[in-house]
Design a protein. Structure first.
Length: 233
C-alpha cells in the first residue's frame, strides 16, 4: 500500500505567518462603490488553517510568498476565513463559550442550587475531545477553535483563535495536542496540553501558541472542515 501523507507544519503549513499589514480583509463591490470589510492586521488564522489543509489534501505545496491584498491567494484565504466562521453558528458558539464558566456550576435561588451549567473544561474534554481524537486516530488533521476570551462583549470575539491539530500524546490523564499555529509558522513544536481526569473542575490549559500576551486559553472545540481545490500557480 502507498504511504499515506501525514500533515506536518514544517511540510504543509504556510512559510509566512499570520501577520498581515493593515488592509481590508475583503472589499465588496456595491451600487454605492467599493466597501472595505474588516482589517487583515487583526489576523486571518481561520482562513490560513483551512487553506493549508486544502493544499495538503490536494497534494500541492503551499505558496512560498505572502500574497498582496487582491491577489488570488489572498482572496482564497479570506474566503476560507469566512467558511471557517460557519456563519452564523460559529461566532455564536465562540460567544457562548466566551461567556461560560471555566468549571461546572449550579444556579442559585432562595439559597438553593439547581440547574447544572457545564464549564469549558467539561465541554472541551467530554464533548469535543473525543471527536478530535477520532480524526487524529485515523490519520486526519482536525481544525480547532481556541477560546481565549472570558467576556460578554462581542468585540472580544477577535481574541479567539484557530489552529490545526495533527497529533497528540497521552501521559496518564494528561493530553498534549500537537498543532499548526499560523501565528507561529512552520514549526512542529507547537502544542496545547491539559489534564483530562477531572472535567467538572477548571482545567489549566498550557500552550506555546502565538496568541496575545495576557490572554488565557480556556477551552477548545472541533471545527468542521471540508476540503476544496486551492488556487495553483
Amino acid at each position: 500500500m502507498p504511504d499515506v501523507p501525514v500533515f506536518r507544519p514544517t511540510s504543509h503549513g504556510f512559510s509566512f505567518r499570520n501577520a498581515w499589514p493593515p488592509q481590508p480583509a475583503l472589499t465588496l463591490d456595491t451600487p454605492l462603490g467599493r466597501i472595505p470589510i474588516g482589517d487583515a492586521s487583526g489576523g486571518l488564522c481561520g482562513g490560513m488553517v483551512f487553506a493549508a489543509l486544502d493544499y495538503f489534501y490536494a497534494g500541492v505545496p503551499t505558496p512560498a510568498d505572502m500574497p498582496a491584498a487582491g491577489a488570488p491567494l489572498y482572496k482564497f484565504i479570506v474566503s476560507r476565513l469566512m467558511t471557517s466562521w460557519d456563519l452564523p453558528r460559529g461566532p455564536l458558539k465562540y460567544y457562548d463559550w466566551m461567556r461560560g464558566p471555566d468549571e461546572d456550576s449550579r444556579r442559585a435561588m432562595l439559597g438553593l442550587r439547581f440547574g447544572r451549567t457545564r464549564g469549558l473544561a467539561w465541554r472541551t474534554i467530554v464533548d469535543e475531545l473525543p471527536r478530535v481524537r477520532a480524526r487524529l486516530d485515523r490519520g486526519d488533521p482536525a481544525c480547532l477553535g481556541v477560546v481565549m476570551a472570558h467576556s460578554a462583549n462581542p468585540v472580544d470575539l477577535g481574541h479567539n483563535h484557530q489552529v490545526v491539530a495533527w497529533g497528540y500524546e497521552l501521559d496518564g490523564d494528561r493530553i498534549t495536542i500537537k498543532v499548526y499555529d499560523p501565528n507561529r509558522g512552520r514549526r512542529d513544536d507547537i502544542w496545547i496540553s491539559f489534564g483530562i481526569g477531572t472535567p467538572s473542575r477548571a482545567t489549566v490549559f498550557e500552550h506555546n501558541l502565538g496568541t496575545k500576551a495576557g490572554l488565557q486559553l480556556r477551552g477548545l472545540f472541533h471545527v468542521a472542515y471540508e476540503a476544496i481545490a486551492p488556487p495553483v500557480g
